[in-house]
Design a protein around this ligand. Structure first.
Ligand code: SF4
Ligand code: SF4
Length: 343
């Protein structure tokens, strides 16, 4: 199951939630409690590799600052850009015509390429009648993987300084997700075997949508301010279009008092899954790059409850969707039978 931690704006504590949730989920004791609470057999085959953490916030990845992974392997990630052999070009203009992004153009018998605008669709390569356009490469950034001492792998991307397009790198980072990557029906197959916690970039533009697409569940981290509410509402609308189920975590909550986020959640019928109370001590711990669940017993409990709620909710969703599929199948087959009967 893929659980993506997202937020409409930066600085809400999204990464704090993602890393602490991953550490909580990786603890054997939590898994045992999950089995009791949900009757799920969590990670029967390989408990050591049940959890993985994927940081898709490639413009500002910082999960590794908390997780401090060991044995980090780094690889360069590139994308295709056209490279023209002018000796073969007949200036037919076909490449310019096909490019929707104006990334290749013909000016006074010269072919100009704008790599930053190229979406690597290879359309120009395919239409070039003389084979003058070859596949070149542009470095997007790096893909890094390391092992945390908490028993899970962390994978993250680092966008090259000056690179404007992050979605191609995010897609490469997402390819490393080992459970049902990007498949909308992955829940029932993977629920017992793998939990991929994904830290999404903030906002609701292409990087966030690219990350959220294909998730089994989105956990939205929000702050109880008018700005926080505005950005949360934008993310909720985006998720509705993507068809991803969601829940809300209120970070730096003012005790148990209900506020504007609760009113909004009630109106939209979205569950508030946890309230993480405001605490100066917690802020100090985070600023030192330490984990809340390791330092504060009340936070350990808080994240354990959150984890159990998420797993129960995904299980419930999976059961409901299975039930819907079965009833649709039954309805279809009985209507088929009645047609056969009539003929
Ligand atoms: S399609 Fe090929 S031959 Fe035609 S203008 Fe472009 S590079 Fe030149
Ligand atoms: S690969 Fe696609 S986007 Fe890039 S220049 Fe060619 S046609 Fe345009």
């Amino acid at each position: 199951m893929i659980v993506t931690v997202a937020s409409g704006k930066g600085g809400t504590g999204k990464t704090t939630v993602a890393v602490n949730l991953a550490v909580t989920a990786a603890e054997a004791i939590t898994r045992t409690e999950t089995i009791k609470a949900t009757q799920l057999v969590i990670a029967p085959e390989n408990p050591e590799n049940f959890v993985e953490l994927i940081d898709c916030d490639v413009e500002e990845p910082n999960a590794h600052l908390f997780v401090k992974p060991q044995n980090v392997v780094k690889q360069e990630i590139s994308t295709m850009v056209p490279a023209v052999d002018m000796a073969l070009c007949t200036f037919c203009g076909e490449c310019e015509k096909i490019c929707r992004f104006s990334a290749i153009t013909m000016i006074a018998k010269k072919i100009m390429i704008f790599p930053e605008m190229c979406h690597s669709c290879k359309g120009c390569v395919m239409v070039c009648p003389t084979g003058a356009i070859k596949e070149g490469a542009r470095v997007l950034g790096s893909l890094l993987t390391g092992q945390s001492s908490h028993g899970f792998n962390l994978t993250w991307g680092e966008l090259r300084v000056g690179e404007a397009m992050s979605p191609p790198l995010i897609k490469q980072v997402k390819k490393t997700i080992t459970c049902g990557s990007g498949r909308s029906n992955s829940i029932s197959e993977d629920i017992n075997n793998k939990l991929s916690i994904v830290d999404a970039p903030p906002g609701t533009s292409c990087p966030a949508v690219t990350t959220l697409r294909g998730s089994d569940f989105a956990l939205l981290v929000a702050e109880e301010t008018p700005f926080g509410l505005n950005d949360l509402a934008l993310t909720v609308e985006a998720l509705k279009k993507l068809g991803v189920p969601m829940g809300i975590v209120i970070n730096r909550a003012d005790n148990d008092q209900k506020g504007i986020i609760d009113d909004y959640a009630e109106k939209e019928n979205i569950e508030i899954m946890q309230r993480i109370p405001f605490s100066r001590e917690a802020a100090k711990i985070c600023s030192k790059g330490l984990l809340l669940v390791n330092e504060l017993p009340e936070m350990k409990q808080c994240f354990k409850e959150l984890y159990l709620k998420i797993v129960s909710r995904i299980t419930q969703n999976a059961k409901e969707s299975k039930y819907k599929k079965t009833s649709t199948k039954t309805a279809t087959s009985s209507s088929d039978n009645s047609i056969v009967g009539r003929s």
